[in-house]
Design a protein around this ligand. Structure first.
Ligand code: NDP
Ligand code: 8X3
Length: 252
């Protein structure tokens, strides 16, 4: 039987690209996201190749996450891969000017939503003694940058949570991986700037960022290593991106 991937945030960006790549390789798919028409379009596109189960789902809703997992049809119940991809950044203001609601939404989605999905799916993987949790972290979880404040902190959580999963899963065949991308052109900046397309476009102006397909290939590669191999973390940036030196503010 073909393997099953449960992908959160499948309606755009990395999640949609991963869904297409896994489908091309014969995986059965459980696709989640809030935008139902996008989910339906992707399900229609991919279901001529593979079985697809689409679930309109807001990962911030713990009860809905649990219901989605307990309600999986029998042929989708034994999830092999959980791709915890749903997430977002909101705003790029310094901490003292940020909107508290933006911070709360990032924590609710990037941290709590990821925990809900993991906690709902992991017990089945441990019972079956097989499975893989692939989390989408970010370089922002390691390297600070102005305006990264709460977003970067949510991704630092994802990084440490993944490592701690490894610690807890020792002795099982269940794997855990954190993929940490840098600048990638998706709807990410449009969401970050709350629909301001000009501001979002400027982020990708005159550079060659990562593409969603680049990340999908890394997810797929990580998921298809031999069963004894666990990639703990994979950090990836476009060639046009690197680190800043320490900043020093001088009085004059
Ligand atoms: P997109 O905005 O293109 O896609 C984000 C996806 O997350 C959408 O499918 C969206 O679906 C889903 N999503 C957001 N909030 C929720 C929610 N509450 N419940 C369910 N689904 C949700 O961005 P990316 O593909 O770039 O982002 C994917 C992940 O990659 C995120 O975790 C992001 O932080 C991370 N990342 C992105 C980078 C980049 O530069 N693009 C770099 C590093 C990491 P819907 O709106 O339909 O619910
Ligand atoms: C997204 C990458 O550099 O915009 O996680 O924070 S960055």
């Amino acid at each position: 039987m073909s393997k099953i991937a449960f992908i959160t945030g499948a309606t755009a960006g990395f999640g949609a690209a991963s869904a297409r790549l896994f489908a091309a390789n014969g995986w059965r798919l459980i696709l989640c996201g809030r935008r139902q028409e996008r989910l339906e379009a992707l399900r229609a596109e991919l279901s001529s190749r593979v079985s697809v189960h689409a679930i309109p789902l807001d990962v911030r809703d713990e009860a809905a996450v649990n219901a989605a997992v307990t309600g999986l049809p029998a042929e989708f119940a034994e999830v092999d891969l959980l791709l915890n991809n749903a997430g977002l950044a909101l705003g790029l203001e310094p901490a003292h000017r940020c909107d508290m609601e933006d911070w709360q939404r990032m924590v609710d989605t990037n941290i709590k939503g990821l925990m809900y999905c993991t906690r709902a799916i992991l017990p089945g993987m441990v019972d079956r003694n097989r499975g893989h949790v692939v989390n989408i972290g970010s370089v922002a979880g390691t390297y600070p940058y102005p305006g990264g404040n709460a977003y970067g902190a949510t991704k630092a959580f994802v990084k440490q949570f993944t490592l701690n999963l490894r610690a807890d899963l020792l002795g099982t065949q269940v794997r855990a991986t954190n993929i940490e991308p840098g600048l990638a052109e998706t709807e990410f900046s449009l969401v970050r700037f709350k629909g301001n397309g000009d501001k979002a476009a400027k982020i990708y102006e005159s550079v060659e960022p990562l593409r969603a397909e680049d990340i999908a290939e890394i997810v797929y590669w990580a998921a298809t290593r031999p069963a004894h191999v666990n990639l703990n973390s994979i950090e990836v940036m476009p060639v046009c991106q690197a680190f800043s030196p320490f900043s020093i503010h001088r009085a004059n």
